[in-house]
Design a protein around this ligand. Sequence first.
Ligand code: FES
Ligand SMILES: [Fe+2]
Length: 366
Amino acid sequence: MGLITAPRNCWYVVGTSGDFPSGDLQGRVVCNRPIVIWRTSDGDVLAYDDRCAHKRFPLSKGRLMDDGTLECAYHGMRYDVSGKVVVIPSHPTGPISPQAKLKPFPIIEQDQLVWLWPGDASKCETRKPPRTPEIADADWDTVIGEPMDTPANFMLLVENLLDITHFYPLHDGNIGDLANSLIPIELEEGDEDGNHYVKTIRCVQNYKQPPYLVDWFHYETVDREHTHCMQSPGFTRVVMRNAPPGKLGGGLHKGSIERGYVLMHSHTPVDDRRHIWRWYLSAPVDHMSAGDPSVSSAKRAASMFPAVVAEDLWALEQQQAMFDYSDEGYQEVFLKPDKGLRRARQIIQKMVREEEAATGSTQAAE
Ligand code: FES
Ligand SMILES: [Fe+2]
């Protein structure tokens, strides 16, 4: 297969709520669309095409004025919060064309995340962004990683996240655990809020935990459920629940005997060769680690992440570089544990085909 162009009719994370303080202009590129985003003094987050209607100057390099208008840094045209031009300095008394306005993009702020729909705005109600309730819940301790500008197609990360058989050898020395790769996989699929998800489920009993999981979650031998779910092309949710043998089933929450985490990943395509990867790790707020009882399980686990993520980034970059060569003479082989990521790829390809059929072209979902 070649690289997959991301579907645009999908919600993608553009930042956390805290990334958008009022009065601060920010530029993003999502699925090849340049976008300016800001929070108004009323608290709403707005998103428009980042190109000034006059000469394409990036509006995210402009400034917000005291009256709430956005001033372009080139010739000073000003836009109101509805995206309409309301001031043209070079002809202050002339009429303003109704064409002088910006294309808006749907935005949803939910559970401390800000989501953008880069596709056909008339379809944005057909799907909803996945919920991330743990991030905003005081019963959960959440660590949020810095956004990582990742030089690889977003699908390579989706496949990486749904695949734990790479823990050995890629993560040998930190979270590497070859026994993990041998656990049989169940697959679940379904629809939630308009998104078709695929989930891999790995269940084990009387499993001897590798040292790092004992350090984070205490128990040496466990019953364990480990799930990886691509909830949408922009979001993957990983849940690990561990309990002493025979005790799994009460759920993971504050005060629970189950220990573990919810590890969420957003993967927001910039273009075919680049995406922004961010992770959000939550564990019940009263779960302290065994390795350092003064440090929460969430923070203890998160402290290992930069090293793990650096190894994944290295792998993604190496893979991406190999797509520069023609597929001539090359054939990709799917292994049994790849069934989840294979379905993920098919789900995303179907979305892309549907968009292409609706518009009659590629990447033109207007
Ligand atoms: S390019 Fe923005 S005002 Fe001219
Ligand atoms: Fe990894």
